[in-house]
Design a protein around this ligand. Structure first.
Ligand code: PLP
Length: 399
């Protein structure tokens, strides 16, 4: 069924208590109760519409969480102080000591490090698989498997996760499927395709300004409520709360996300086509020769393109460094980690955002030491950008 995440956001009716077109910012950490009994009821979760304390819920955070849930088509949402907070909160809520997780080996380096180095402290076992190999996923299932974890479009290799098939496998085995949709907001709606929980780094495309760090969790009402349970909720007890001032600015940026995604995607597609014409080695899921191209087409919402992420293989770190410095010097963009910014950002993944992944694992998963990941910006004149890139690629003998 056709789903339009941008329309879902556009249809939100959220306004301020004085009729402001933007919801008011609630910068209070605690809330008064006119009757003492209402406070008792609220602590027991029996009082609708009451706010208690801002680690629990804050009205500004609730607006952003509702908007994220609307975008994902889930019953409910939650916002956190970072993408990592969203990921770790969900995993720690779902898994107990003795449980097992199956994850894509290709994930953001921080996620990889948490799964590999941190969870063993709690006796939680993790199997790392090639998530595009569904047989490998099935074979990794154990009686104590609790979670399958993946990224819709993986960082940094831009593999495409088959969310409907992974959902089938999960449901058959009573496992929770978590999808990190940071690379593909609007383009893919994992919960609509069968994921149980969707996590985000809002730091990237959703906010799109690189002025803050934030995260979100989207899922069923029961699951989201469990996160804030005063006795056992991971969000309540670990406290990765987002500042409401930030929530309010991210919410405003969310309303332009669809326009930005279209421009990121069309600029990335333009560059991919030029890379192809010049015989360069690159990865872009909008390129028909990409192994996940047809799968992505079968999953994507219409009108937002194939995303703004593209990677080129320059084979060595030295070559990658040389080219990135020249690109920055020529104002193509910034040599910086992160993504989803209005300027193009580029970094050498193996030595930066995936440096937590040991070199032998990088090799096994096919991550070249010369891989440069681009988050293509909102350039109005992408032909001019390509001209500069082309000159630099020639100068450095890449083409
Ligand atoms: N998920 C993905 C796919 C990422 O690329 C990142 C950061 O680069 C994160 C999660 C972590 O997000 P944050 O930096 O907001 O904690």
């Amino acid at each position: 069924m056709k789903f339009d995440p941008a329309h879902q956001i556009q249809m939100l009716r959220q306004f301020g208590e004085f009729g402001g077109v933007n919801p008011s910012v609630t910068d209070s950490s605690t809330y008064t109760f006119l009757e003492a009994k209402t406070m008792i009821d609220t602590f027991h979760g029996d009082s609708e519409g009451c706010f208690l304390y801002s680690r629990h819920w804050n009205p500004s955070n609730k607006y952003l969480a509702e908007a994220m849930a609307a975008m994902e088509g889930t019953e409910s949402g939650w916002v956190t102080a970072s993408g990592m907070a969203a990921i770790t909160t969900v995993l720690l809520q779902l898994c107990n000591s003795g449980d097992h997780i199956i994850t894509s080996v290709t994930t953001y380096g921080g996620t990889f490090a948490f799964l590999k180095n941190y969870l063993p402290k709690f006796n939680i076992d993790v199997s790392f698989v090639n998530i595009t190999d569904l047989e490998a996923v099935r074979n990794a299932i154990r009686p104590n498997t609790r979670v399958i974890y993946t990224e819709s479009i993986t960082n940094p290799l831009l593999q495409i996760s088959d969310i409907p098939k992974l959902s089938e496998i999960s449901k058959d085995n009573n496992i929770t499927l978590i999808a990190d949709n940071t690379f593909s907001p609007m383009i893919v709606s994992p919960a609509r395709l069968g994921a149980d929980v969707v996590v985000y780094s809002l730091t990237k495309f959703v906010n799109g300004k690189n002025d803050c760090v934030a995260g979100a969790i989207c899922g069923t009402e029961d699951f989201i409520n469990s996160l804030s349970d005063v006795n056992s909720g991971t969000a309540m007890l670990l406290g990765p709360v987002l500042d409401p001032l930030r929530s309010s600015s991210i919410l405003k940026n969310l309303h332009t996300l669809h326009i930005r995604m279209k421009q990121h995607s069309s600029n990335a597609m333009f560059l991919a086509q030029r890379f192809k014409e010049t015989g360069m080695q690159f990865i872009y899921p909008g390129e028909p020769l990409h192994p996940g191209y047809e799968l992505l087409r079968s999953m994507m919402n219409q009108g937002f393109g194939y995303g703004g992420m593209i990677a080129i293989d320059l084979h060595t770190t030295e070559k990658a460094n040389e080219v990135m410095e020249k690109l920055q010097h020529a104002d193509v963009g910034y040599l910086a980690v992160s993504l989803g910014y209005f300027k193009t950002l580029f970094s050498n993944s193996g030595k930066s955002t995936s440096s937590e992944v040991p070199e032998n694992v990088q090799k096994e998963m096919g991550l070249s030491e010369g891989l440069v990941r681009f988050s293509v910006g909102l350039d109005n004149d992408i032909q001019q950008t390509w001209k500069k890139m082309h000159t630099i690629f020639k100068e450095t003998s890449i083409i």
